[in-house]
Design a protein around this ligand. Structure first.
Ligand code: TRP
Ligand code: ZN
Length: 866
């Protein structure tokens, strides 16, 4: 039996790496695609007609990628073709420089548990094609530098699938026999196959319209199940705000007559920017104040904006190859961050973004899976949708804006869009546009795309003749495959303040640190100077400052830059936490932390959302990142001790903050801040006095008229003992039974609880009737949650590791992409003390040995062991 008759035949025995240096332009273009689909979950027939055109002079056949496909017919210009299979690829011999190539396949959406290609979610048929899902629908080059105009005809049972959507505009529709109907859609913008989408289902639309800056009317639709319509208003408001914002800030106007969003419950990631037809994980669409927290509302606005912004940064200008992924993702994340900052609070948004960067990207950059913003190789591209590509990529764009200034940055963006509209571009094309528009030389800056690892900057104020100078040095630690690093360009927003007066002695400036060592003269100053550096987190680096006693305390009190002030408070906390975890009693004194936090709580100048952020004590994971060797029990004890000390010392101020709230339907920044602060305060109260915390949490839970207060109280209760805990969890479940997104919270809250019995609870959750490995959100709510709960995951007997390894191997059989994303928590094993380190390594070895492992999980687990 050969591969042609047996689609199950193993095609590529070894996992083969793809290298950036091997990029070659395609042998054949595909100018037009005509797709015809007879949609049925049990068996969908797909006929594709590709108008292909030879690229240059050569005799090579047309190579079309497939994944779990078997060709039922292959024709060239209407006659039977000469074709062979090469593994999963279909090779077609062509004698002319242009041809129409037709293929026919059959696929089974209902059996597609990978959720890539065409699949079924809750009775809806939908697609996910990024990065390489289109080849699971039909044979196609399926590479992002092949752009085509698509015409899509779908037919389906009208009763089950009354709504038929695809990219672009509807051009024709009709009814056939036996309850069948059909629709044809046409997308005039050439696009790569990863942006193809269709949806068929019993959906209702929240319809609205938007008038663009040139006066064109765009019909907007958010498509969901009828019962969910009332929960689509926030997403719609966010979409319209994003459309206006992109016009005002980037001059980008929407280009089609329609823009549709569809929400589905089963989705591998957050959402997808398919041209004119974005498909979303329902958690980033559906919200009302009874079921969604303020954080959920903000995430919805952010993700809706992100996907919308891709229409230009991703769709109109796309990526030449997948190594350029950050070209669209880093840029688009920076754009959505800027949008959210404008809609909420710039300082608080920046704190949130930096918290995420430090929690996820810095550990990635410091571990075995570290890779550059523009990687050099991969086994499975789905593993490279990482915090490095997205969030560090966004920092790289942000730094260019900081270095060039807002006007030159905008001119660079305009030039980039104008120059590459309709093309597949590279990260270097983006930097080149920035250089050409500004006249700046970004040669050295390009290293940010090439080098992995988080640079470490050391800074000290030193005497310099009559005055002072800033001494700076940088170095980037080695990462896999990159032992030696060169200096990068590090823009440091810096000011010098007076240690007594708190006045600004040297005005804020952007210092570009470009050398390994650099001295910046500051001139004479009137009093002892205090260094305020990397304000606003102007560069994604770790900074160590040589400071005199009392300096951090003073900065936490007086720094006018809100981010820098937050940082100073965090550093005070971190000093005590690290000391506590390493038995350094002299530095573990909580008094300076208590003083700074008390001043923040009582301040009249600071708004509640800032206070809420500034009072969060760094996580156990973040403390661990500061230690050479991590003892997770010592870290846990240190953090608990500081929380209890703060909670006891500031009991009255915290109680006052907890007592204040805001009306549940008030989504103003002030109201959101008050709610945030009250639950942060509640947590600290409970840390010092669990009985009082439980009583207050129960009262907050019972009185809650919104999910933020209710979930906040439940999170605190879930970590405590006593009857309130069980009662509240049971009440929450009963109240929201059947509401998928809220029941995800119920699972996650229990798996995130810092309790000695949480692994038992997780075992029970895994056996719960509502648990399913097939639904990515539910799997993440259990597996992802306990794996990011350090004290529980790092149980001394290794049980947490075995449990996660088991879930990885089991879910890999259904959905490799999602399973692979559960592996990174193991990657830190070299940094852990015994017995933890060895037990983590053993769990990784168990995964690698599992028979039939996917390429996705194999890559993550084997690289983690290296
Ligand atoms: N491009 C999507 C985004 O950033 C990410 C994405 C959605 C994705 N679904 C995916 C990536 C599936 C890989 C596989 O918004
Ligand atoms: Zn994106």
């Amino acid at each position: 039996m050969d591969a042609r008759t047996n689609p199950e035949a193993p095609s590529s025995p070894a996992h083969v790496a793809v290298y950036r240096k091997d990029y070659r332009p395609p042998d054949w273009w595909v100018r037009e695609v005509e797709l015809n689909l007879a949609l049925d979950p049990a068996r969908t027939a797909v006929t594709a007609r590709l108008k292909v055109e030879r690229n240059g002079e050569h005799g090579r056949p047309l190579r079309l990628a497939g994944d779990e496909l078997r060709p039922l017919a292959v024709r060239v210009d209407g006659t039977d073709a000469r074709w062979t299979m090469d593994g999963d690829d279909l090779l077609v011999e062509l004698d002319t420089p242009e041809a129409w190539v037709e293929t026919r396949v059959e696929i089974v959406p209902a059996a597609n548990s990978k959720l890539m290609g065409l699949y079924e979610s809750g009775g809806i048929l939908c697609t996910q094609c990024e990065s390489e899902g289109f080849r699971r629908i039909t044979f196609h080059p399926d590479r992002p530098d092949v752009l085509s105009v698509y015409r899509v005809r779908m037919r389906a049972d009208k009763a089950r699938f009354p709504v038929l959507l695809a990219n672009g505009n509807p051009v024709a529709a009709g009814e056939g026999e036996d309850g069948i109907h059909w629709a044809e859609w046409h997308d005039p913008f050439p696009k790569p196959s990863y942006l193809f989408a269709l949806v068929a289902g019993d959906l209702a639309a929240n319809r609205d319209s938007f008038t663009t800056m040139s006066g064109r009317a765009v019909e907007l639709g958010i498509w969901v199940r009828e019962k969910d319509l009332p929960r689509t208003h926030h997403a719609m408001a966010g979409l319209k705000a994003a459309m206006r914002w992109d016009e005002e800030n980037y001059g980008r106007e929407y280009d089609l007559d329609r823009f549709n969003i569809v929400a589905v419950d089963d989705f591998n990631f957050g959402a997808m920017e398919n041209k004119g037809l974005n498909i979303f994980n329902s958690r980033y669409v559906l919200a009302d104040t009874d079921t969604a927290t303020d954080a959920d509302f903000d995430a919805i606005a952010g993700v809706v904006a992100h996907e919308y912004f891709h229409n230009w940064s991703g769709d109109r200008v796309t990526c030449r190859d997948w190594f350029q992924l950050s070209l669209k993702e880093g840029f688009t994340v920076f754009r959505d961050q800027s949008f959210s900052a404008d809609m909420t609070s710039e300082a608080v948004k920046r704190i949130d973004d930096v918290r995420l960067l430090r929690a996820v990207q810095f550990p990635e950059d410091a571990g075995p899976l570290a890779h550059p913003v523009r990687p050099d190789s991969y086994l499975e591209i789905a593993n490279f949708y990482t915090a490095t590509i997205y969030n560090k990529g966004a920092e790289v764009i942000r730094m260019m804006r900081t270095l060039l200034g807002p006007d030159a940055y905008r001119a660079g963006c305009d030039l980039y869009f104008e120059r590459h509209d309709g093309e597949a571009a590279t990260c270097d094309d983006f930097v080149q546009a920035m250089e050409d528009a500004s006249g700046a030389d970004l040669t050295q800056f390009r290293r940010w795309y090439e080098q992995a690892g988080t640079p470490h900057v050391r800074a000290a104020l030193v005497r310099d003749g009559e005055g002072w100078a800033l001494d700076l040095s940088q170095d980037t630690p080695p990462t896999p495959g990159q032992p030696d690093k060169a200096p990068v360009v590090i823009p440091l927003r810096t000011a010098v303040l007076g240690a007594t007066s708190g006045r600004e002695l040297v005005a804020e400036q952007v210092i570009a640190l470009t050398e390994a060592h650099q001295r910046v003269p500051l001139g004479p100053v009137a009093e002892t100077p205090l260094l305020s550096i990397n304000r606003g987190f102007s560069a994604p680096v770790n900074v160590s400052v040589e400071r005199a006693a009392g300096e951090l305390e003073k900065l936490a009190e007086v720094d006018p830059d809100p981010f820098a002030r937050f940082e100073a408070t965090q550093e005070l906390m971190m000093r005590a936490l690290v000391a506590g975890a390493t038995g350094d009693h002299a530095n573990a004194d909580p008094a300076p932390v208590i003083a700074a936090m008390g001043a923040t709580l009582r301040s009249n100048a600071l708004d509640p959302s800032f206070k809420g952020e500034a009072l969060i004590i760094p996580s156990e994971a973040l403390i661990g990142d500061r230690l050479d060797i991590v003892d997770p029990e010592a870290v846990h004890a240190s953090r608990d001790a500081l929380r209890a000390a703060v909670g006891a010392a500031l009991a009255d101020d915290l109680a006052a903050a907890q007592a204040r709230g805001a009306a549940g339907d008030d989504l103003s920044n002030e109201a959101k801040g008050l709610r945030r602060l009250r639950t942060v305060a509640l947590g600290l109260i409970a840390a010092a006095d669990p009985a009082r915390g439980a009583a207050l949490a129960k009262a907050q839970y019972d009185a809650a008229d919104n999910m933020t207060d209710r979930q906040g109280a439940l999170v605190i209760l879930a970590a405590l003992d006593g009857p309130e805990r069980e009662a509240a969890l049971a009440d929450f479940y009963d109240r929201y039974r059947g509401d998928t997104l809220v029941i995800d919270k119920w699972f996650a809250i229990q798996a995130e609880a810092s309790r000695a019995d949480t692994l038992d609870v997780v075992e029970r959750l895994r056996a719960h009737g509502d648990f399913s490995l097939k639904n990515p959100n539910r799997l993440r709510a259990v597996a992802g949650s306990f794996a990011s709960n350090p004290w529980v995951f790092h149980a001394r007997d290794g049980r947490g590791y075995r449990l996660l390894a088991d879930l990885v191997v089991e879910s890999d059989r259904l959905n490799p992409q999602v399973a692979a994303r559960l592996v990174p928590p193991f990657g830190r094993w070299r940094r852990f003390a015994e017995p933890w380190g060895s037990a983590m390594r053993e769990a990784l070895e168990t995964i690698v040995r599992a028979p039939g492992l996917s390429k996705d999980v194999f890559e993550q687990a084997s690289k983690s062991l290296a």
